[in-house]
Design a protein around this ligand. Structure first.
Ligand code: AMP
Ligand code: ZN
Length: 471
C-alpha cells in the first residue's frame, strides 16, 4: 500500500514499524464550539483509512486528542462566566455526538490535554536539560528552534529563510532569544486555568500537548501522524522538533495531511465566519450524505462545499441504498428457496462482481483514493441493477448484498435499511411506559421514551392519553 508522505513529498510504500500493527495519531479539534464541517473532513478521511487498515488485518492503535485548554476556550468560559472545563466537556460531548452521526468510529484513546500535564512538564524539563529549551524571566518556556538542526524538514521551509523573514518583525514584550522560538509553557494570567510547574504557575503550549500524548499512548516513534494541511506548519513542524530533540529518534514515519474544505474557494474556518457546523447540516441531510460527499473527492485535494455537490452526493448515496434495498427485497421474496445454491452461470457472474472489490482495494492501496473507491462501488451498483433478478438463487443475491455492504462499510456508509418498528410494538411500549409511570418507575418510563425517539417515534402526553407519530 502506498501513502503520500508530506515529509518526502512522495507516495511511499507503507511498512509499519511492527508487523501487523499500526500506531496512528490524528490531531483532534479544539473544543470551544460545535465542530464545523471542515473539522469533520480529517475525522472522516482518517477514519476511513483506519477502517481499510483494519480490513487488511492490521491492529490499529488510533489516538486522537481533544485540545481542552486554549485561549479560545478560556475566552468563551469568561464570556459565559463558567469554568473552562465546563466549556470543553460540553463541546467534547457534542463533538462525540457529531462523530457518531458521521459514523466515525471512536478512537482507541481520546486523550485530553488537561489530563496529561505531568507528561508535558517532564518533556519540557528534558528539553531544558538537553539545551533545547529555556525558561525566560517572565516564566515562559521557549523551544530553542535554532538548536534543532532539521527544523523545517516537514514543511520544507529553510531555517535561514524563516530567520530572515522574522528579522523585520519586532515583537515587543516577549523574552525570546530568537523570534522563531516557540512557546512550550506560558505563565498564568489572571482568571485562567493553571498548573504548578518548576517555572511558575501556567499552562502548556499547544504543540507540546500532541508530542506528549502521542508518546504516552503510541511510543516514541509512531507509524502515521495525520491532520489537516494547515497543521503542517507550525504545529507538526514543532511537534517533530520537540519529540525528536527529547528522544533523539524519529517521531513519525509517515505524515498524512488532508486538503481544506473550502467555501467559495476560501478555507472554511471559525475565524473567517464562513462555516457550517455539522449540526446545521444534520438539520437538512442525513450525515451519511456529508460523509459520502467528503469521500467522493481525493483527500489531498481542496474540496469546495456547495449545495449542488451535496445534492449530487445525496443522489449518489440514494442509488447505492436503493440497490441494497432491491437485493433485500429479492431475498425476502425468495425465502422459500433459501437453500438453493448458486448456478454455474451465477458463479461466473459473481466473479465479475469480485472485480469491483479488487478495484476498490487498488484505489485504497493507492494513497487512500476514496474517490476511485466510490466509483468502483457505483460500478458494483450498476452490475447489481443489471444482473440480479427474482429468478436468481438467494445464495447469489445474498453474496451480492454482502459484497455491497462490505465495501460500503469500509467507507463508513450504512446501507442496511433502518429497522422499521411496527405500530403494534409502539403501542405495547407505550402501554409499558404508562405502567412504569403508574409505579413511579420514571427511569424506565424515560428509557422507553428514549428508545422510541431513537426509532423516530415521538410521543405526546395529552389529557386524553398518549399520542404518537413517526418523525
Ligand atoms: P482545529 O480545531 O482548528 O485545531 O482543527 C481540527 C482539525 O480540523 C485539524 O486537523 C485541522 O487541520 C482540521 N481543519 C480545520 N479546518 C479545516 C478545513 N476547512 N478543511 C479541512 N480540515 C480542516
Ligand atoms: Zn496536534
Amino acid at each position: 500500500m502506498k501513502v503520500f508522505n508530506t515529509l518526502t513529498r512522495q507516495k511511499e510504500e507503507f511498512t509499519p514499524i511492527e508487523e501487523g500493527k499500526v500506531r496512528m495519531y490524528v490531531c483532534g479539534p479544539t473544543v470551544y464550539n460545535l465542530i464545523h464541517i471542515g473539522n469533520a473532513r480529517p475525522m472522516i478521511i482518517f477514519d476511513t483509512f483506519r477502517r481499510y487498515l483494519e480490513y487488511k488485518g492490521y491492529e490499529v492503535n488510533y489516538v486522537s486528542n481533544f485540545t481542552d485548554v486554549d485561549d479560545k476556550i478560556i475566552k468563551k468560559a469568561q464570556e459565559e462566566g463558567v469554568d473552562a472545563s465546563e466549556i470543553s466537556s460540553r463541546y467534547i460531548k457534542e463533538c462525540k455526538k457529531d462523530m457518531e452521526g458521521l459514523n466515525v468510529l471512536p478512537a482507541t484513546v481520546h486523550p485530553l490535554a488537561t489530563q496529561e500535564i505531568g507528561g508535558m512538564l517532564a518533556m519540557i524539563q528534558t528539553l531544558i536539560d538537553k539545551g533545547y529549551a529555556y525558561a525566560a524571566a517572565d516564566g515562559t518556556v521557549y523551544f530553542r528552534t535554532g538548536r534543532f538542526a532539521s527544523y523545517g524538514k516537514l514543511s520544507h521551509k529553510n531555517l535561514d529563510d524563516l530567520q530572515a523573514g522574522h528579522r523585520d518583525i519586532k515583537v515587543t514584550g516577549d523574552h525570546k532569544e530568537e523570534p522563531f522560538d516557540f512557546v512550550l509553557w506560558k505563565p498564568k494570567k489572571e482568571g485562567e486555568p493553571a498548573w504548578d510547574s518548576p517555572w511558575g504557575e501556567g499552562r502548556p503550549g499547544w504543540h507540546i500537548e500532541c508530542s506528549v500524548m502521542s508518546e504516552k499512548y503510541l511510543g516514541e516513534t509512531i507509524d502515521i501522524h495525520a491532520g489537516g494541511e494547515d497543521l503542517i506548519f507550525p504545529h507538526h513542524e514543532n511537534e517533530i522538533a520537540q519529540s525528536e530533540a527529547a528522544h533523539g529518534k524519529e517521531f513519525a514515519r509517515y505524515w498524512m495531511h488532508n486538503g481544506f474544505l473550502n467555501i467559495d474557494n476560501q478555507k472554511m474556518s471559525k475565524s473567517l465566519g464562513n462555516f457550517f457546523t455539522v449540526r446545521e447540516i444534520a438539520e437538512k441531510y442525513d450525515l451519511q450524505v456529508l460523509r459520502f460527499f467528503m469521500l467522493s473527492a481525493h483527500y489531498r485535494s481542496p474540496l469546495n462545499f456547495s449545495a449542488e455537490l451535496m445534492e449530487a452526493a445525496k443522489t449518489g448515496l440514494e442509488r447505492i441504498c436503493t440497490a441494497a434495498e432491491y437485493l433485500t427485497r429479492l431475498l425476502k421474496a425468495e425465502q422459500d428457496g433459501a437453500d438453493a445454491p448458486m448456478t454455474e452461470e451465477e458463479e461466473q457472474l459473481y466473479e465479475q462482481a469480485e472485480q469491483y472489490q479488487k478495484k476498490f482495494e487498488a484505489a485504497m492501496e493507492d494513497d487512500c483514493n476514496t474517490a476511485d473507491a466510490v466509483s468502483s462501488v457505483f460500478e458494483l451498483v450498476k452490475f447489481i441493477n443489471t444482473n440480479a433478478a427474482a429468478s436468481n438463487s438467494s445464495a447469489y443475491v445474498k453474496k451480492l448484498y454482502d459484497k455491497l455492504e462490505t465495501l460500503c462499510d469500509l467507507l463508513g456508509i450504512i446501507v442496511a435499511p433502518k429497522e422499521e418498528i411496527l405500530d403494534a410494538d409502539i403501542e405495547r411500549l407505550i402501554q409499558e411506559r404508562q405502567e412504569a409511570r403508574k409505579n413511579k418507575d420514571f427511569a424506565r418510563a424515560d428509557q422507553i421514551r428514549g428508545e422510541l425517539a431513537e426509532k423516530g417515534i415521538l410521543l405526546k402526553d395529552t389529557r386524553e392519553g398518549v399520542t404518537w407519530k413517526r418523525a
